[in-house]
Design a protein around this ligand. Structure first.
Ligand code: ADP
Length: 191
């Protein structure tokens, strides 16, 4: 799942994983868990996350790879928030090939920045996340536009991009994703 902050990839990723009967792997959550550890690596990850900068690729791969390997052995996975850079996309493809997994779809949830910003500010008081404040939200959206957004043409070229309008109620987004994936499974990216 490829989506800017606030597009709902956590919510939709969980729903999609239970619908498909596979594991939901949320990169941000796994990194936040490591960030809470009192270790030099934990503090380093926490600093990147608090600034809204991407955690270095090697660190992300070290954290994610064992979880992906385990999920593949159990039948598959939904990756949420990974990959976010071209080197991560290559690594994800190599890892899948090594594990005999087919990357079936890259779901791109999109919504205008004004909508994303409003959602993130609305949830800021409950989320308790250091990166849910106006300045860091602006930076996270910029990082998405400059870096992760490049994966949209990458997956389009590979014929697996499924773009879904995330500026709708959560149930409508879920219904759209499921409809698109069901069609996709029978005829490729045909709609
Ligand atoms: P959001 O998409 O709302 O920013 P996430 O929980 O997915 O929320 O990510 C929060 C932060 O975790 C990111 O700003 C970044 O610092 C780090 N992060 C998550 N996934 C990755 C990744 N694949 N590569 C690098 N950093 C990541």
């Amino acid at each position: 799942m490829l989506a800017p902050p606030g597009a709902g990839k956590g919510t939709q990723g969980e729903r999609l994983a239970s619908w498909a009967g596979v594991r939901h792997i949320a990169a941000g959550d796994l990194l936040r868990a490591r960030a809470s550890e009192a270790s030099p690596l934990g503090r380093q990850i926490a600093d990147y996350q608090a600034r809204g900068d991407l955690v270095p690729d090697e660190v992300v791969l070290d954290v994610l790879t064992p979880v992906v390997v385990e999920a593949a052995a159990q039948g598959g996975y939904i990756l949420d928030g990974f990959p976010r850079t071209l080197p991560q996309a290559t690594a994800a493809a190599d890892l899948a090939a090594r594990l005999g997994v087919t990357l079936q779809a890259a779901i791109f949830l999109h919504a205008p920045d004004t909508v994303l910003t409003r959602r993130l500010l609305d949830r800021a008081s409950q989320s308790g996340r250091a990166d849910d404040n106006a300045e860091v939200i602006r930076h996270r959206l910029q990082v998405f536009a400059e870096t992760t957004g490049l994966l949209v043409p990458y997956y389009t070229e590979r014929g697996i991009l499924v773009a879904v309008d995330a500026d709708q109620p959560p149930d409508s987004v879920t219904a759209d994703i499921q409809a698109r994936l069901s069609a996709f499974r029978t005829c490729g990216p045909c709609s």
